[in-house]
Structures are given as structure tokens and as C-alpha cells.
Design a protein around this ligand. Sequence first.
Ligand code: NDP
Length: 309
Amino acid sequence: MALLLTPTSGGVQDWRQALVAAMPGLDVRVWPETGNRADIDIIALGAPPAGALRDLPKLGLIISLTAGTDALLRDPDLPAVPIVRVGVPPAGDTMMNETTLLHVMRHHRYLPDYARAQQRGEWIKRPITPSRERKVGVMGLGPIGLAAAKVLAAAGFQVAGWVRRPRSADGIEIFSGREGLNAFLARSEIVVNLLPLTPETRGILNAATFKALPVGASMINLGRGEHVVEADLIAALDSGHLADATLDVFPVEPLPGDSPLWRHPKITVMPHVARRLVPTELAPRVRDIIADFRAGRPPAQMVDRARGY
Ligand code: NDP
């Protein structure tokens, strides 16, 4: 029995060390040095390198070290074994909470506007709005999105969330389904995308979505690059309907040098730095997943392939 590890955020050698420290004796193989592929019963990965999922006759479990499983689910060699996400603690991912709060605050207090005014050497004052009067919308209340929404609510913002199935969440107004989307957008002055990338959510940040936001709204994309229709975003910013956007994720990363997003005055480009995986923090959770698997217990936090997350 062996675990195959492929490079991901956090550094493959740091992951290896952390996993072995949490599970002494665990046979960890680092891609592409697989050794005998018939030994491998578990693979732990982020986005799979081409061919990593091929020819693993004894594979019984895939552990996604990253929250997003879109690249994994698109892999043509994906075998029909359970996929489990490492998951985040109930308080969420600290770095994602920080990143969400940071960018919401930037837009809330018009920092992009002040940066442009400084470039022009212009002393401007935008009205200062208290957070209790600011309406923020979070698209996707998964483990990361829900925790981030709660942090925003604790900072005083009026927070709403958009999800697939109706439910309740303390202090957060819930909108659900396509039928709830326009009402959710219409009340959101700052919208944060934390949806998973699925066939249903690909291109969801498009002209119709931007039009449904109030004039002067800002958009923060922390989900996946393919959620955004780039031409529609640029048009919405150029028309003045949207004030500003911050993008942390892109369909092609690193973002190509000739992308118009780099130099658009109303777009902040962040090089996918919302969070970093910390192997020493996550290794105990991986250990628990492996212990359940090897003891034949059903896995928790399984990815639903049909749903796409
Ligand atoms: P999930 O990926 O588990 O997303 C689930 C949430 O999205 C649920 O609330 C779900 O609704 C909602 N959702 C899914 N499909 C739809 C739909 N069609 N319509 C409405 N709502 C929908 O959440 P996480 O919080 O774990 O992660 C969010 C995403 O953030 C990841 O998938 C990843 O892409 C991204 N991410 C980005 C990082 C970065 O570095 N920028 C780092 C970490 C994550 P319901 O509750 O009804 O099921």
C-alpha cells in the first residue's frame, strides 16, 4: 500500500514531510517517481498532472488537497473511486477569510478609486459609508464561502449568500437557485464569488449578472477564472455600470502578459494568492481520511461527481 503525492500548493516536499510526520511508516511516492504503480491505493493531489491518474490498478481513494476539484473532475483518466476533500475547519480557512475581508474592505472604502486619484495627483473624497449600511453578497456558501460570509457579517456588513438549495444560516440572508439570483444581485453592492466551477456555474459572471447588480457595484472573484466572461466584465466596467473588480483566479495561470486584464484601470489583478495550503496544518486531516479508508469506514466530505463539487 502506498500513497502517490503530486505537486500542489504548499510544496511537494513539505507535503511529503508533513504526511510522514503525521503517519510514520506511510509509503509516500512523489510524482512522477511512482515506483510499482500496483502498490498505490491512494493519491493525494491538487490539479492532477497529465497521466498521474492512469494505470493505478489498486487505487481506492483520491484525496483532493485543494478545495476546488474542477480540474480533477475534468481529467480524462479519472477512475471511478471516491474523491474526498481535505476540507476546512468550522471557522473556515483563515487565509480565505482574510482575503475576502481584505478585498471587501478595499472596495467598501474605495481604495481602487483613491489609487487612481493618486496617479492623477488629485485630492478626492468619497463618502464614508459605515459597514452596517453596506450590502455584500457572497456567491457560494461552501465551507470556505460560509465562513468568509460570517467574518463579513461580524465586521458589520449586511451579508447575503447565494446557494443552490434553500436553507438558513445565522445572520446571513439566503437566496437560492436561478430564481433567486437576480434578487440577490440587485441588493449586492459588493459581490464576492466563492462558487465551485461546475457546468452550471461556468461563465456565471456575465453581462446579465453584471446588469442585475446595482450601478457602481464591485465584483471580487476568488472562485475560478472560468466563472467570468472576460469581455462582459470589461464592457460592464467600461460602461460605468460596475465600478471596480478584483480577480485572483484566471482561466490561464500565470495570466498571459498580453491579457487586457493586466492594464485595465478598474481591475486589480492578484496572482492567485488568496491562500496557501499549509501541509503541517492539513496533514492530520489527511491522516484521519486515510485511517477511515484503510479501516473500511465510509469517507466524510465526499465530492459528488454529478453535482460537480
Ligand atoms: P464548494 O466548492 O463546496 O461550493 C459549494 C457552494 O456553492 C455551496 O453553497 C453550493 O450551494 C454553492 N453552489 C454550487 N453550485 C451552485 C449553483 N449552480 N448555484 C448556486 N449555488 C451553487 O465551496 P468551498 O467554500 O469549499 O469553496 C469554494 C470555491 O472557492 C472552490 O470550489 C474553489 O474553486 C475556490 N477556492 C479558491 C481559492 C483561491 O485561492 N482563490 C482557494 C480555495 C477555494 P449549496 O449549499 O446549496 O450546495
